[in-house]
Design a protein. Structure first.
Length: 620
């Protein structure tokens, strides 16, 4: 009986010695990359593969979740441990090997790192890393790499096995020698095409490499490099670092090209901006890089019908959208009256004769509508796919005759005859009175105008003393208010006379120092100030001639010439060209003759003025 008990104890002792305990502890997730239930499933999947690769009949035992929690000493937790700390925890639960997975996020992808330590020596015996676009794909990474991962526990057990030497002395020690444990480090320069890619080494971002190109420092060994760039396929490779090196990664494009370049039915409407949208988001006209996929393209312009299309883009696609946009139209019902009596007047659309009033027809929404022999602009807005009623009222005059047959022959454009008016919704009625002036016997279209100009100007002398090789030394400022009275003719030509008051203000400019004053001829700042004359009151007489017109974009503009005489301590005569693109503002640039004084000589110069005017001339 005693022999039987001893034999049983011996068998149990040998059996427990032969078993190698392997603990797969709970998976960690950085920044809540996956949920707690998903972490538990990843852990269970690793335990399942470990049990398959390290079966009990091979001398291994896979610890359950309950075994691990029961074996932990009071106050101990695995939650914050990794590396050598994880190995220490493995010793606390009497495990021979301990493994743990960590899930993180790199860019838009999930990363997986799995490590296994031999607890006796704290040695990392096996590891693998991988990436996936989603949680389900992590299982594919585990299935492909976990088998090789757990097989290394077999070799680890052999290395950690006990050795029974020959008889004699053992555990002899004569002290310890020292050598540095750290392996040599090297500088690795990482480049990519395209530049600006993100880098991870062994599943972790590298703090010293925000984006490629960059330099990193690594100890000698094998590393898992992952390069990721927007709209390119990921590059995944193993690199053996044994010396300083330069790594060049060429990433394969993962995008297609879409060139959005629509054409137009009538080019003279393209001053209106064109907008393009993909899936409702604005994109630039021209070439766009797009990820592979299907998109809804829409292009709009206020003067054209919107166009749309479904677009499928693949990697390497080079697509061009150059479809023609049709002119958007609306309906116009145009009538004319003279002395409150209906009148027949020629109607023009974008300069083309289309018929007589009363006129009904379809016209482009951005068209310029004119009426009468003098092509007076009809300020009507054509609604998109709707109709507008408009009555243009001419002022009374003694004689007005038009030969419609000549108009038909001259323009060769058949009028649109409409027997009945179509059904209309949301009609609008507008009217305008065109001013007409009369002179004895002959009627002259036009009207007088009265304007006030307020502005600021500069007279820049070009004499040798005022403007030399060091730059501008002196100039005259002009602040002024001027009143103009004149006549504007129906064709847009106008002429007028002006008179006003202003202030001529001399400036000493600095071209060689930063103190704001000239040192011309060695003058100091104080001397320059003392020699500088005081501002002078100025009288102004002007004459102007020009023409008002409408640009293709619809802006009212004016160009012309203006001659001015300035009476002050520095009399000046200037002749300038002016341009007004707004109805209330303009500028003029020209030549001037400026009388000198103690600081500069007489001579010619440049005159520049900026001004506001109000009210506008008739028709502007």
């Amino acid at each position: 009986m005693r022999k039987l008990l001893f034999l049983l104890l011996l068998v149990l002792a040998v059996g427990s010695y032969a078993k190698t305990l392997v603990a797969v502890v709970e998976t960690k997730a950085e920044d809540e990359a996956i949920s707690s239930s998903e972490r538990r499933f990843v852990t269970d999947k690793l335990r399942e593969i470990a049990n398959k690769i390290l079966p009990a009949d091979a001398g291994f035992s896979i610890m359950t979740r309950e075994n691990i929690e029961m074996m932990l000493p009071p106050g101990k937790t695995i939650g914050e441990c990794e590396g050598s700390c994880l190995a220490e925890t493995g010793r606390n639960i009497a495990a021979d090997f301990i493994a743990q997975a960590r899930v993180g996020r790199f860019g838009e992808k999930l990363t997986l790192t799995v490590e296994m330590y031999e607890t006796k020596t704290s040695k990392l015996v096996s590891s693998f890393t991988g990436t996936s676009p989603d949680t389900e794909s992590l299982l594919d990474v585990i299935e492909s790499d976990a088998e090789r991962f757990f097989k290394k526990a077999r070799k680890g057990r052999e290395d950690a096995g006990d050795f029974i030497g020959p008889d004699g002395f053992s555990d002899y020690s004569d002290g310890e020698s020292y050598s540095m444990a750290r392996t040599r480090s090297y500088i690795v320069q990482v480049k990519s095409n395209p530049a600006g890619a993100l880098l991870s080494v062994d599943g972790k971002p590298v703090p010293s490499c925000k984006e490629t190109p960059c330099k990193i420092q690594l100890e000698a060994g094998e590393y898992h490099f992952v390069i990721v760039a927007d709209q390119h396929f990921q590059k995944d490779t193993l690199v053996e670092v044994q010396q300083s090196m330069t790594l060049n990664f060429k990433l394969k494009p993962r995008f297609g090209l879409l060139d959005v370049s629509p054409t137009y039915e009538k080019e003279y409407y393209i001053n209106e901006p064109t907008y393009a949208y993909l899936n409702g988001d604005y994109i630039e006209l021209g070439v766009n890089r797009l990820n592979p996929g299907s998109y809804n393209l829409k292009i709009t312009n206020n003067c054209y019908e919107p166009v749309s299309a479904s677009v499928t883009v693949k990697t390497g696609s080079q697509l061009t959208f150059d479809k023609k946009m049709k002119v958007a139209k609306g309906g116009l019902s145009l009538s004319a009256t003279r002395d409150d009596v209906p009148a027949e007047e020629p109607v023009f659309v974008d300069g083309n004769y289309v018929g007589k009033t009363p006129y009904d027809g379809e016209v482009p929404v951005c068209a310029t509508i004119t009426i009468g022999a003098n092509r007076e602009v009809v300020p009507v807005t054509i609604p998109y796919h709707d109709e507008a009623d408009y009555t243009y009222q001419f002022a009374s005059r003694k004689s007005y005759e038009t030969s419609y047959s000549e108009l038909d022959e001259d323009y060769g454009y058949a009028p649109q005859a409409v027997a009945t008016k179509p059904n209309r919704t949301q009609k609008r009625s507008e009217s305008i009175v065109a001013p007409v002036a009369e002179s004895s016997g002959n009627s002259i279209n036009g009207s007088g105008y009265f304007q006030v100009l307020a502005g600021i100007g500069f007279d820049l002398p070009l004499s040798q003393t005022a403007f030399d090789d060091t730059g501008l030394n002196f100039m005259l400022g002009l602040y002024y208010v001027e009143v103009f009275a004149g006549w504007k003719f129906s064709g847009g030509f106008f002429a007028g006379l002006g008179a006003g008051l202003g202030i001529h203000d001399p400036f000493v400019m600095d071209s060689s120092s930063s103190d704001g004053y000239s040192d011309y001829y060695g003058m100091s700042e104080d001397v320059g100030n003392s020699m500088l004359p005081s501002p002078s009151l100025a009288g102004i007489l002007s004459v102007e001639m020009g023409n008002d017109f409408t640009m293709n974009s619809g802006y009212k503009a004016a160009v012309g010439f203006r001659a001015s005489m300035v009476f002050s301590s520095w009399p000046a005569i200037s002749i300038s060209g002016f341009f007004e693109i707004l109805s209330f503002a303009g500028m003029e640039v020209g030549f001037t003759t400026v009388t000198g004084d103690d600081l500069w000589d007489d001579g010619t110069g440049i005159s520049m003025r900026f001004y506001f005017r109000f009210p506008s001339r008739p028709g502007v």
